[in-house]
Design a protein around this ligand. Structure first.
Ligand code: FAD
Ligand code: FMN
Length: 228
């Protein structure tokens, strides 16, 4: 690297957590070293949040929880933000952190499926391979290298809102996971593959018993390992 390269001596500072503490740590670092490259890693998918306002939101004085969110102040433009990332380990010797990307999208059903009527309707939709209306999605899955899609098993196939999501979107690579009472996983994976026209790189099936007993960790590790 050339001696006069200005980036060579630039300090890289990483701060974990975009709370008030993290923000002030960043501000102070940037004031101390005006050339430093400061990055805040935050697991939430939004900037800041007023915890002090929570009682007001619960009481209804503030209209909703969304109103408690606010962006990082504009004068901290130099600050790099990495939202949706959770730090899972810190290597002080090598001065590095590792984490995972928590980017996710919830498939939100437009229908109310509560009660016996909801159960019957859901079962019928699953069997008839219906694609019910879902709320508009916020993220385009085609832009992601890998999308992991989960579903409960409904009458030996995927839940109907998941069918809608898979049929209406394009994917580069997919991995599937599902929860079930005890049977239907293989048929469900095959159906999901057929609908999105992609062979999954990895699949994971969990019974409700495994979920309740917390016996899923080795299976999840294997699921992640197979993804490469
Ligand atoms: C109900 C309530 C009312 C309050 N009222 C007041 C008040 O009136 N006045 C007052 O002064 N204070 C008040 N406080 C306290 C104040 O909000 C907190 O002290 C302040 O938010 C703490 O800031 P922090 O940055 O230390 O932590 P947090 O705000 O908790 O920030 C920590 C951040 O780190 C992120 N994080 C954690 N682990 C990881 C990880 N592994 N990887 C990536 N990101 C991670 C979290 O998502 C979080 O955003 C109140 C708090 C509450 C809950
Ligand atoms: C309409 C419907 C049909 C279901 N069909 C099956 C099935 O064929 N096989 C099975 O093992 N579990 C079946 N289940 C159980 C669900 O798969 C299980 O409750 C679910 O995975 C739990 O996820 P949830 O908490 O999102 O409902 C069915 C549940 C519903 C509501």
């Amino acid at each position: 690297m050339p001696i006069n390269d200005k980036n060579q001596n630039k300090r890289k500072i990483v701060i974990i957590g975009l709370g008030v503490g993290g923000l002030y740590a960043a501000k102070s670092s940037m004031n101390t070293d005006r050339t430093a490259e400061v990055t805040i890693i935050e697991k939430r998918d939004f900037d800041m949040f007023s915890a002090c306002g929570l009682p007001f939101a619960i009481e209804g004085i503030v209209p909703n929880f969304e109103a408690l969110k606010f962006p990082v102040p504009g004068h901290l433009r130099r600050l790099n933000k990495l939202l949706n990332h959770e730090v899972i380990s810190i290597d002080t010797k090598n001065k590095s952190v590792s984490g995972k990307n928590l980017d996710s999208e919830e498939i939100i059903d437009a229908k109310n499926r509560k009660g016996a009527l909801g159960y019957t309707r859901s079962g019928k939709e699953a069997m008839l391979k219906t694609c019910p209306k879902i709320k508009p999605i916020k993220k385009n899955p085609a832009k992601y290298d890998l999308v992991i899609i989960g579903t409960p098993v409904w009458f030996f196939t995927m839940a109907s809102p998941v069918r809608t999501y898979l049929s209406k979107n394009k994917f580069k690579k997919v991995a599937f996971f599902l929860t079930m009472h005890g049977s239907g996983d293989r048929k469900t994976f095959k159906a999901m593959q057929r609908v999105c026209k992609k062979k999954p790189v990895s699949v994971l099936s969990l019974t409700m018993k495994e979920v309740k007993n917390g016996d899923y960790i080795p299976k999840i590790k294997q699921f992640i390992k197979t993804m490469g």
